[in-house]
Design a binder for this molecule. Sequence first.
Ligand SMILES: [Zn+2]
Length: 198
Amino acid sequence: MTFSAKTKSTKHIPQRSCTSCRVKSDKQDLVRIVRSPEGQAVIDIAGKLPGRGTYICPDNDCIDRAEKSGSLSHALGITVQPEFWTELRNYVKSHDVNTDLKVRSVLGLARKSGTLLVGTDNIDSAKRKVLVMTASDCSEGVKRFASSRENITLNMNTEELSEVIGARGGVQIVGLPQSSGFAKKIMSLNIERGSAFE
Ligand SMILES: [Zn+2]
């Protein structure tokens, strides 16, 4: 018996539908919720709990809708206990921590590869469209500079941003060419964007 045919197809990422909005996503990007043996809704953090389960987007709109419509209760075949909704919202909030880590890793890699534009001068002289990202405590001037471009306010201050990109300090703004894979990765993370995006 050989497994060669099987190993070739292991790149397939399983898809699941959100119980609230019904949109299909990669299984790993959804929160799995199972019905415990005691008939309670439980967040399946490691994705390994047995039992009747369903999936939901880590998104407050989807959670609100699932609570109002009863879709989660229906999917699990129980009435979800009221305190579970708070637990789920808190869990999703902590999911943002993962987003922060991803942003940090992308910025670090972009800096190493020489793709990251550091400071307003470098962003200004770039010939391509740039996604700009500002530190949470950047100056009014930098804020104004960013607001005329597609921009994201990072969940890190000047000191943290400088550290992430290995700069000496005082970095308030960085940019990535929008056509770069790094910018696309950042934009796929669902971070709230500045008004220039609209
Ligand atoms: Zn959803």
